[in-house]
Design a binder for this molecule. Structure first.
Ligand code: C5P
Length: 236
């Protein structure tokens, strides 16, 4: 399997489509991210179904946030799948994060700091006293102090968090776009190279690759996706 820093966001609810995307990009992708869209439709069986044919490192992006006892139970329910990464909201608190860590010792429990979709004003509205960057650093320290081995943060925060947390913690950043690509709904973006230079270990990218999929042109789509993925890696 590739040890590439590229995490592909497999944002689809269709097992067949996920299989195609994974199959087309395996040579260049380090980890595949399956999130709520896929999981709520297909459940753990959907993941097992995918893994029957293709073995791949899994980033399960469920962003758990509940009382510690409930998160412990949810994590326990994933022990068969044993994802390589599982996201929890760091703002759920130390006890909640360590409950997940305890249940899934082989998984890198991954703390989500501040959603990049929230502005400084949004944060203040929901009662955060500190600005986004300071809040993100504080939450990263809380999560890693509770045993999280990875952190999701915006590329803008990666440098600051890199110097605050243990060097062994993996920093993962979405909100990246290759030079010259469409921004879509991502606003404060960096290129993959800039995010890696700032201290990220992995970057998450989806639509710049997956929007090349056209179910009426399967062969062409596979090779276009593989080529775009390779170009992104070559740009690092
Ligand atoms: O398609 P795109 O490259 O924008 O996909 C980015 C992925 O990262 C999506 O799965 C999205 O949910 C996720 N993400 C994000 N911003 C965050 C957290 C997660 O874009 N702050």
């Amino acid at each position: 399997m590739s040890n590439s820093p590229l995490i592909l966001a497999v944002d689809t609810s269709q097992i067949d489509v996920a299989r195609e995307w994974i199959g087309a990009t395996r040579e260049y992708v380090g980890v595949y991210k399956l999130g709520l869209e896929f999981f709520l439709k297909n459940g753990p069986q959907g993941i097992e179904e995918l893994r029957k044919e293709l073995d791949f490192p899994l980033f399960l992006d469920l962003k758990l946030h509940d009382i510690a006892n409930t998160v412990a139970g949810a994590a326990r329910s994933l022990s068969r799948i044993a994802p390589d990464f599982l996201t929890v909201h760091a703002s759920g608190g130390q006890e909640m994060v360590s409950a997940a860590v305890k249940e899934l010792p082989e998984t890198s429990i991954t703390g989500v700091t501040i959603l990049t979709s929230l502005s400084a004003e949004n944060l203040s509205d929901i009662g955060f006293a500190l600005p986004p960057l300071a809040s993100a650093v504080k939450l990263a320290l809380l999560a890693t102090g509770a045993g999280a081995r990875a952190i999701v943060c915006s590329p803008q925060e990666v440098g600051e968090i890199r110097s605050a947390v243990d060097p062994g913690v993996n920093l993962i950043t979405p909100g990246v776009r290759p030079e010259g690509s469409e921004l879509g709904d991502q606003v404060r973006v960096m290129t993959p190279k800039a995010a890696m230079t700032a201290g990220a270990n992995y970057f998450v990218i989806g639509r710049p690759i997956t929007s090349l999929w056209d179910p009426s042109e399967i062969i062409k789509s596979r090779s276009a996706m593989a080529q775009r993925t390779r170009e992104i890696l070559e740009s690092l």
